[in-house]
Design a binder for this molecule. Structure first.
Ligand code: GLV
Ligand code: MN
Length: 196
């Protein structure tokens, strides 16, 4: 988790130029009840994309009252057959709660590449330890909704496929061809999917 707060709260002043580890606080006199309220996870995400999923975040950047509190939350919407693709969070463990539908959730551990997974229904939890690659895949007939909680105000996200195949500037084809043991044409084909 993030460092302990040194005061009750420190609603982030996102406009301040100072601050590398978290954000400076908004002046107390300017803080109101509205600062502690966030409705950004209340609406269904748009899953009409190639992967069939969408993630909305309540983190310090979207909800500045989370500054210094060491926690955040996402809403994950996944269409039937949709995937929240393999990714990791460098600064947080993730506690998943399925609210609706059925999701295959899993992660791979760093020792021996073991894959740990489970199909979850409504009300069921799965935990993903900090930094490990994980995904959620809708194996049901209907849309799925999950809520994920993190022990960081800004967990960060590294999505495996675009990190490797959509980097700017690009990672050389020969590096990826060697790493994935395929030819460079195959690498170029995959890269074309992640062009931005
Ligand atoms: C799901 O894995 C999420 O990061 O919200
Ligand atoms: Mn995640």
């Amino acid at each position: 988790s993030d460092p302990d707060p040194l005061q009750d709260f420190c609603v982030a002043d996102l406009d301040s130029a100072a601050g590398t580890n978290g954000f400076p606080c908004k002046p107390l006199a300017a803080v109101t009840s509205d600062d502690f309220f966030f409705d950004g996870l209340s609406t269904e995400g748009d899953t009409g994309n190639v992967i069939g999923s969408s993630v909305a975040s309540a983190n310090v950047l979207t909800f500045p009252a989370l500054n210094t509190l060491g926690l955040s939350m996402n809403r994950v919407d996944v269409a039937p057959g949709g995937l929240n693709p393999p990714h990791s969070h460098p600064r947080a463990s993730e506690l998943i709660l399925v609210v609706e539908g059925r999701l295959l959730v899993g992660f791979v551990g760093s020792a021996g590449n073991r894959f740990f997974s489970k199909v979850l229904g409504p009300g069921e939890n799965f935990v993903v330890p900090k930094g490990l690659v994980h995904f959620q895949y809708n194996v049901g007939e209907v849309k799925a909704v999950a809520v994920t909680a993190f022990d960081s105000q800004l967990p960060g996200v590294v999505v495996a496929a675009p990190t490797l195949f959509g980097a700017t500037p690009p990672i050389p084809d020969e590096v990826l061809a060697k790493a994935f043991q395929v030819d460079q044409k195959t690498v170029a084909m995959i890269k074309s999917k992640f062009e931005r």
